[in-house]
Design a protein around this ligand. Sequence first.
Ligand code: EPU
Length: 448
Amino acid sequence: MDDVLRIRGGKPLEGKISLPGAKNAINKLLIASLLSDQPSIFTNVPNIGEVEITVALCREIGSQVHWNRQEGVLEIVTRELNTSYVPQRFCGANRIPILMIGALLGRTDQDIIVPTVGGDRIGRRPIDFHLQALRQLGASIEYRSMKKEGAYFAQAHDGLTGALITLPFPSVGATENTILAAVRARGETVIKNAAIEPEIVDLILYLRNLGANITLDVDRTIHIQGTRKFYPVQHRVIPDRIVAASMASAAIATKGRVFVEGAEHLHLITFLNKLREVGGGFQVREEGIEFFYDGPLQGGLHLETDVHPGFMTDWQQPFVVLLTQAHGVSVVHETVYENRFGYTDALKQMGAELEIFKQCLGGKECRYASQGHNHSLIVKGATPLKGGKITIPDLRAGFAYVMAALLSQEESHIYGLPYLERGYENLIENLKGLGADIEIIAPSKVEV
Ligand code: EPU
């Protein structure tokens, strides 16, 4: 049985942390490096489980990788592909393997085989937009049932040709997959209604250095000019804006003060606006952003998650925990995933006053209106939280539970640590450094 996280809360978080590179940028950059046989050197690489998985996947495909975890420097080069078959063991953990299709279609004549992809259980998470866009570029992709699970078989024996692609929704993954495939396609690809998250812009910057010509218009349109001429690249991974907002929420909810070194103002605008509305303190400095408790928090807030530049769906969980400490009733409408409030049951058991609704609450109807998904939430605060024995269901819920436990005066036990290790570098050490009473214990040490 896995180890358990024991937290005795009630202490303000105080001090400084350094922001690692973004999980949702580096994993895509590593896959993008497979487009060429040129070396790439990435800096600011987070030392987290998800990067380990992607590195192992790239090695399987044929990459040589040197990763200095202390320095956060990772060199990768893929002179030749060993295989274009993604083993099943890489496919349960996250959404990265599906991007192999976009990255490898233009590089090999072989079938690219990707077993059904997994990822956190936060909705159905189909890949129809990916498949449709790749087919428009000339790929032939079919799903075949195999012994245990099915797999996608993709190839483009006649090469890929640029096309005009309009995504039905600005999906991050579908935009990335399409950009990757378009880099080696003949002619120009235009993606309309593309995702424009900072992690996508980071990918575009990397690909431009690699040799592709890519422009991003203000109206969610991305133009990619295909190329076969590539160059070595050095690239610094953007800081993790999800970790930044998570630590900020925890600092303020615990009535503390934390300087988040490396936090990027431009990537956090919508978060900072909501923080100000609720009465959380922050000061943007040259080296990062300081977050601090600035008096009682005020609820009465309406929050709607959205694609960039909207309020990120991955900021929602720590912000909901923050709202449990704000006076008044707040409304949270999740419009990106249909099933991202599953984690709130455990918060209720800890004393949070939360009510879930199938309707779209707040200003506008989203694409989940009348579909029966639990995608709106009412939070009543401020409520003291009790300790709990909680099992983490997904990565971002995991941080919300840690944060709730940090707020409780009682002891909490959190199970499912590997989820946290997948996405948060040195989380436990960092929290300890900020004064939290937190440690990993063996399951046998948990008193019942
Ligand atoms: N969607 C479809 N069809 C598709 C693709 C997406 O219906 O073909 C739907 C999804 O089901 C979802 C919505 O579109 O309802 C948005 O999905 P998107 O493709 O944008 O998400 P993703 O690429 O699978 C990435 C991050 C998520 C983050 C979302 C939104 C990675 C590895 N994952 O997922 O991060 O929440 O974008 O910003 O980059 C996390 O880090 O914990 C995490 C879940």
